[in-house]
Write a new protein. Structure first.
Length: 66
């Protein structure tokens, strides 16, 4: 008994195309998650008035080093 493959010409049935689709979906999901976490962190820092970055390195410390 031989299986007929004439009806499966869609790109989703080809392993190479399906693999590319899965990788693209995973990459999109990772990018969306990263965007969400970064946007959330920025919003929280702004709401609390916390400065991020390395600007503190240019300021003098509030104590003396013995």
């Amino acid at each position: 008994m031989v299986a007929s493959t004439s009806g499966k010409s869609s790109a989703l049935f080809q392993p190479r195309h399906r693999a590319i689709l899965y990788q693209a979906l995973l990459a999109a999901l990772v990018c969306l998650a990263a965007w969400y976490f970064i946007a959330n962190a920025v919003d929280n820092l702004l709401a609390r008035g916390i400065a991020s970055g390395f600007g503190f390195l240019n300021r003098e410390s509030g104590f003396e080093i013995g």
